[in-house]
Design a protein around this ligand. Structure first.
Ligand SMILES: *Cc1c(COP(=O)(O)O)cnc(C)c1O
Length: 361
């Protein structure tokens, strides 16, 4: 039975599918000790100063937090050396993404993005009644010439996850500049840098290198991945002040909750310590990539905190066998498998389980 007259755009949508938890996999398969490498989370808890700040603020949650997260915006601006009116805070970077769509996309407007990419993009575009214009990846990375060519006078936004999720590939800021130069000034080019802190190659910085000349570039970042605060939901945007004004109009009241603000402020203060954790993860990433290549796997360079195995139809066989053995990764049916970098022991278990499951194939 369906009650109420749901909007056709919403009726046609699929729900966002989060990665399976280790507890769910254990229940389903009657196993113990499952590990979740499916949601690109940080395998380590937040640094102690951040945990302490959250604990100290727990007694304050009877009050609403600061709707605009003003102190957090000021701290981000100081950290990144940008004017504070260029910083927006949101409920995760997915919150800001939805705000961008709500503020800029009317039914029938086009949103251009490469595909496969982040699964939130089609959901948000469909929600607003926008038209999805997807550009296939070439060798698992963006073909930015084709992306530029897909922009029309109906295009409002271009969405680029850099590094891309799920493939882990990344483009240099000079390639982004060539794209931005080909796109009309009134099209927002959104660079979603959820994994920025894990990038060890010199790829430049769209805030310093692009925004001064191109006010239509919007950069999204998050405290969810490198800073280990996924459950608290803090994201931020750095953009031209007029974009920040529009984003703020569609920010749900108090969406950046008080504990998220306190934790994110403490994380900025402790960022040197956070960097040590990030370094541990990128060293592991490079070890896992080398081990997979030594085992004969063909995979794209990994610039974030995950690896991508383009297994094609083999995905649909390998993924369930891995899960039965307690290694929960993220399948893209018929296309490939994304595996989050965990602790060294978890990564060893992933490598051993993959080898076991694919032996002889
Ligand atoms: C994980 C991820 C995000 C999510 O970020 P939140 O800040 O937790 O909402 C955004 N973009 C991409 C590409 C991601 O992979």
């Amino acid at each position: 039975m369906s009650v109420g007259r749901v909007r056709p755009a919403v009726a046609a949508m699929a729900s966002y599918q989060p990665g399976k938890s280790s507890a769910q996999a254990e229940d389903e398969h009657g196993i113990t000790d499952a590990i979740k490498l499916a949601s690109n989370e940080n395998p380590y808890p937040p640094v102690p100063a951040v945990v302490a700040a959250i604990a100290a603020a727990a007694g304050d949650v009877n009050r609403y937090g600061d709707h605009r997260a003003a102190d957090l915006r000021t701290a981000i601006a100081g950290w990144l050396e940008v004017d504070v009116d260029r910083v927006a805070a949101g409920c995760g970077s997915v919150g800001l993404l939805q705000q961008l769509l709500l503020a800029y996309v009317d039914p029938g407007d086009e949103v251009v993005y490469p595909w496969p990419s982040f699964e939130a993009y089609p959901i948000d575009v469909q929600l607003t009644g926008g038209v999805e214009v997807t550009v296939p990846l070439v060798d698992h990375t963006f073909d930015l010439e084709v992306v530029a060519g897909a922009v029309t006078d109906r295009t409002k936004l271009v969405l680029l996850a850099n590094p891309n999720n799920p493939t882990g590939t990344a483009v240099h800021v000079d390639q982004l500049r060539r794209l931005v130069e080909q796109v009309p000034d009134d099209v927002l080019v959104v660079v979603d840098e959820a994994y920025r802190e894990f990038v060890t190659a010199d790829l430049g910085d769209p805030i310093a290198d692009l925004q001064p000349d191109h006010p239509n570039v919007v950069v999204l970042r998050t405290f969810s991945k490198a800073f280990g605060l996924a459950a608290l939901r803090t994201g931020y945007a750095v953009a031209e002040p007029s974009v920040v004004v529009e984003l703020d109009k569609v920010l749900i009241a108090f969406a950046v909750n008080h504990l998220a603000q306190v934790a994110s402020l403490a994380a900025i203060a402790a960022r040197d310590e956070v960097q040590t954790v990030v370094d541990r993860i990128t060293v592991e990433r490079d070890r896992v990539v080398a081990a997979l290549r030594a085992d004969g796997w063909d995979l794209p360079d990994a610039h974030a905190n995950f690896v991508y195995l383009p297994l094609g139809s083999q995905t649909d066989v390998v993924f369930p066998e891995m899960e039965k053995r307690g290694v929960v990764v993220r399948p893209f049916p018929g296309v490939g498998m994304r595996v989050t970098i965990g602790t060294p022991a978890q990564n060893d278990r992933f490598l051993a389980t993959l080898a076991e499951v694919t032996a002889g194939s």
